[in-house]
Write a protein that binds this ligand. Structure first.
Ligand SMILES: Nc1ncnc2c1ncn2[C@@H]1O[C@H](COP(=O)(O)OP(=O)(O)OP(=O)(O)O)[C@@H](O)[C@H]1O
Ligand SMILES: [Mg+2]
Length: 278
């Protein structure tokens, strides 16, 4: 499964002569098995881009090419409660697999598997999804898309409504799904630490334009540009950058969270030199 975007633009028309270019000639491709972060300030076009890739919004110009089955590209929307319609959580999760034309027993099995995988307590399966907490609704939304066993999963702000442990559970779940079902992920978020735990590649949007398609290490090199957009690097990279500015022998251009942690650990093992006042 490969997704290619070539000069994709989306123009919204408010009135006859008032238009707004939400996406401006976006080009990039996205390969099977990749995990990519999508960052950008509010209103930069992240959700619009995900809707285009999911096939829910037609570009005004440019091309979207999906090599593979478009049905296997699934979007979990930014505000999951807006998408709920079923009477119970279980029915909500069954809807996707049902729509794929799977057998009754397979639909039931998928819903059970997905709700168990997102660790939603069984006593919540037969209640209305609207009665759940924000974090629980997130889990139901995630179960609904996972139950379809997509090849490409597009997640729009998946950490909204999650607390610290909830975020960690989501990270672990996504890592597991990547390993188990080889899912490709494109994740939009305002939480750089969450994104850094899962990805090496970052796509940065600003005012509808693709400003950077880089690794986290590449983003470190352009951290001043990032700041002018009001965006931040992950905390670990900010710490490494600050340490380097103060003369510590570290390289902050790390593409992976694990490597960044190692870099910090290496420094801790070193004998303190000078005044040690980083
Ligand atoms: N259906 C629509 N009709 C008109 N304008 C729209 C529509 N959808 C989005 N827009 C406009 O397009 C711009 C980009 O919106 P989008 O939701 O893609 O931003 P975003 O990067 O996801 O922002 P956020 O971080 O706040 O979620 C916004 O200015 C928004 O008002
Ligand atoms: Mg959005």
């Amino acid at each position: 499964m490969e997704i290619n975007l070539k000069e994709v633009s989306v123009v919204f028309s408010y009135t006859k002569d008032q238009r707004f270019k939400a996406l401006n000639e976006i080009s990039f491709s996205f390969k099977q098995g990749e995990t990519v972060a999508l960052m950008g300030p509010t209103g930069s076009g992240k959700s619009t881009l995900l809707r285009v890739i999911a096939g829910l919004l037609k570009p005004t110009s440019g091309q979207l090419n999906v090599r593979g089955d478009l049905k296997s590209v699934v979007l979990s929307i930014q505000e999951p409660h807006r998408g709920f319609f079923a009477a119970t959580v279980r029915e909500e999760v069954e809807f996707g697999p049902e729509n794929l034309g799977l057998s009754h027993s397979e639909v039931k099995a998928r819903a059970k598997w997905a709700l168990t995988a997102v660790e939603l307590p069984v006593e919540k399966w037969e209640v209305s999804p609207f009665l759940l907490s924000g974090g629980e609704q997130r889990r139901v939304a995630l179960a609904s898309v996972l139950a379809m066993k997509p090849q490409v999963l597009l997640l729009d702000e998946p950490t909204i409504g999650l607390d610290g442990p909830g975020k960690q559970t989501l990270i672990n779940l996504l890592i597991k799904f990547k390993q188990e079902i080889g899912i490709s992920l494109l994740i939009s978020s305002h939480d750089p630490d969450f994104l850094f735990s899962l990805t090496r590649r970052v796509i940065l949007l600003d005012k509808g334009k693709l400003q950077m398609d880089s690794t986290w290490g590449g983003l470190v090199k352009k951290h001043r540009e990032l700041e002018t957009m009001g965006l931040e690097l992950p905390l670990l990279l900010r710490v490494l950058l600050r340490l380097k500015e103060k003369g510590a022998p570290v390289s902050p251009e790390q593409d992976q969270e694990l490597k960044a942690r190692e870099e910090l650990r290496k420094l801790m093992k070193k004998e303190p030199k000078g005044d040690g006042n980083f």
